[in-house]
Design a protein around this ligand. Sequence first.
Ligand code: GLN
Length: 243
Amino acid sequence: MKLNVLWMYHDVMDLYGDRGNIQVLKKRCMDRNIEIEIDTCGIGESKHIGDYDLLFIGGGADREQGLLFDDLVSRKQDIIDAIDAKTFVLLICGGYQFFGQYYIDNSDNKIEGLGIFNYYTTSDSSVGRCIGNIEIEATLDGKTVNIVGFENHGGQTRGVEHPLGKVVHGHGNEYQGGYEGFYNGQVLGTYMHGPLLPKNPEVADFIISKALAKRHGEVQLAELDDTLENRAHEVMQKRMAGA
Ligand code: GLN
């Protein structure tokens, strides 16, 4: 079995350890003897996204988002075709914002989004920046999963039709808004850095399974020893609960 990953804008979109997500995917596949190939795609590089099982884009500050926008828009049809062909997409923060209608930053600059989904993001200086640790209760294909992470964004994302989960601690899509992220079965967008996957092994395996499903159908992943990962998860949960 083999998993082909495309890490897009690896050199530009990489905030708060987002690259750790790639390391976790690699380790959890290797520990199970699943071959994993991680390819990168920078601005101007020619790649056919539909060739991959998983597309990953990390977070980036406003400046980075502005730099790569033209390149991303030129790939819109390729991205839509890849999603239709069941490539799974994982997007963090700035990457997540890009798949919506637009992003208006603090200086009122408007960056058009890919417009694949209806949500839109504006920076609103009358509300605070969403920053700090975050815990959510997510539903992943019917299964309730507790996810912990770290968020740091000025953008307030509204009009999300399928939120990833409900906020337990922190902010999520909007300052004190109650809901976090986006998930529609094929694309998962979230404000959760941390990075996301090391402290949430259940989410890491969910993403591996969804990505493998493209070419291998339903796969039963072997159990791994997650003592350390679960402990890291628990420590964060306890800290947020003030325990
Ligand atoms: N620049 C965006 C914002 O502040 C995204 C930041 C990020 O990816 N952490 O909303």
